[in-house]
Design a protein around this ligand. Structure first.
Ligand code: 8IG
Length: 271
C-alpha cells in the first residue's frame, strides 16, 4: 500500500489511516505501548514474546520499504498480560531523503493507534572514554543537530523533559548499572569526522546517531511518554585510531542481543 501523497499533504491524517489499517490487520482495537527497534536491537524482538501478528511495514499506508538490514521492515503486535505492544523492527531514517514526515510516521501511527508510551531504541557511537561496544545507555536528553523539525509552524512544544524521568527510573530499577547520556542526532548517512566528534563533545553530546530525536519530538507532540535506549555499538570517530566499520557495528548488536532483549522485556513488565 502506498499513501505517500497523503503523508506529505497531511501527516496526521496519514497516521490515522495507518492506525486504521493496523486495527484491521491485527484485530486489536487499541495498542498500548510502541517499541521502535533500531540498529542492533531487532534480535531483541524475540524476547518480548510471541507475536499475534507479524507483517511487512509496507502493508500499512505511508510506510516505505527498508533500505538497510535484512531483519527490518516488519511490524509485530505482541500481547503481554493485558497490554498490546506495537513493535516496529527497523525505522525510516532522515538520511534516506524522504523527509521528516516519513521518519516520524511510525511514532504518529502508534499515537493514533492508542499508544501512550513509546520506547525508542537505536545503535550509536559513544563519545565518553568509558563507553564500550555492547553497552546499553538510557537517553537523558538530546541535541537536535538535524536542522529539521517534525512540528507544524509555530508549534512551540515544551521540551524540558522529553525523556520521561519516571520511565528512566524504571530502567534503573531493572538494571542499576545503566547510565544516562545526552544523545545527538545528526542527519548522516556519513559517520562523523574526528573534528565533528570534537564539536559534538563541546556541545554536550555523549552519544551520536542518526535517529530518535525527531521521533521523540513527534511523540511528545502526540502526548506520549518517551523512553530512549541507546546501544553503544562503536566508539565515536577518532577515538580508537581505527576507522568505523559497519560490520563491527552489527557484530556489537548481535553480541548484545540477549542482554538488551531481556532489559527491554523487564522494563515493559514494569510499565
Ligand atoms: I550504530 O558513530 C552507529 N550509528 N552518526 N555515528 C553516527 N551514527 C552512528 C554511529 C556513529 N554508530
Amino acid at each position: 500500500m502506498s499513501g505517500l501523497g497523503l503523508l506529505q499533504r497531511n501527516p496526521y491524517a496519514a497516521a490515522r489511516a495507518a492506525a486504521g489499517a493496523l486495527e484491521k490487520l491485527t484485530d486489536v482495537m487499541k495498542h498500548d505501548i510502541a517499541i521502535v527497534l533500531g540498529s542492533g536491537w531487532a534480535p531483541a524482538a524475540d524476547f518480548l514474546g510471541p507475536p499475534d501478528a507479524d507483517f511487512p511495514v509496507t502493508d500499512l499506508p505511508g510506510f516505505l520499504p527498508p533500505i538497510v538490514d535484512g531483519h527490518a521492515g516488519r511490524v509485530r503486535s505482541v500481547t503481554v498480560g493485558e497490554r498490546h505492544l506495537l513493535v516496529f523492527l527497523g525505522r525510516t531514517h532522515l538520511y534516506e531523503g524522504h523527509g521528516v514526515e516519513a521518519t516520524v510516521h511510525a511514532v504518529r501511527t502508534a499515537g493514533a493507534a492508542g499508544c501512550r508510551i513509546v520506547i525508542l531504541t537505536n545503535g550509536c557511537g559513544g563519545l565518553e572514554g568509558w563507553h564500550r561496544p555492547g553497552m546499553p545507555v538510557l537517553i537523558r536528553d538530546h541535541l537536535n543537530l538535524t536542522g529539521q523539525s517534525p512540528l507544524p509552524p509555530a508549534c512551540f512544544l515544551d521540551q524540558t523533559e522529553v525523556y520521561s524521568a519516571r520511565l528512566r527510573a524504571l530502567g534503573h530499577e531493572v538494571e542499576p548499572s545503566l547510565t544516562e547520556c545526552v544523545y545527538a542526532q545528526v542527519r548522516g548517512p556519513q559517520y562523523e569526522t574526528p573534528a565533528e566528534i570534537g564539536m559534538i563533545k563541546t556541545l554536550g553530546g555523549q552519544l551520536v546517531g542518526m535517529s530518535t530525536v525527531l521521533e521523540a519530538i513527534a511523540a511528545r507532540e502526540a502526548g506520549m511518554e518517551v523512553l530512549g535506549l541507546s546501544l553503544v555499538t562503536n566508539q565515536a570517530a577518532g577515538m580508537t585510531g581505527r576507522p568505523l566499520s559497519h560490520q563491527e557495528v552489527q557484530a556489537a548488536g548481535q553480541a548484545a542481543a540477549e542482554r538488551i532483549g531481556r532489559l527491554l522485556a523487564e522494563v515493559i513488565n514494569r510499565l
